[in-house]
Unconditional design. Structure first.
Length: 84
């Protein structure tokens, strides 16, 4: 199974939904990078993804995007193969 990394904040409903969906698909551990605790991490996220909003999700080295992107991948049957 690929490593899942997610840029998050403490009070983000879309972050919670993304975590629930990933766990429902068998992901045991998610590496969370809390951008609300360190402004430098938000800057890093924006440079890495080109986006300002959370969550920003990586599966392995693939940038999936946010929750809507993750849910769309799942609906198209492409999430499980990406998770490996």
């Amino acid at each position: 199974m690929q490593t899942v990394t997610m840029y998050t904040t403490a009070v983000c409903p879309y972050c919670l939904r993304a975590k629930q969906l990933l766990k429902a698909r068998g992901v045991q551990a998610i590496e969370e990078i809390r951008v609300d605790l360190d402004p430098g991490l938000r800057t890093q996220m924006m440079e890495r993804t080109g986006r300002r909003t959370v969550p920003q999700i990586y599966i392995g080295s693939t940038h999936v995007g946010g929750y809507d992107d993750l849910a769309a991948l799942d609906a198209q049957g492409q999430l499980l193969p990406l998770l490996g």
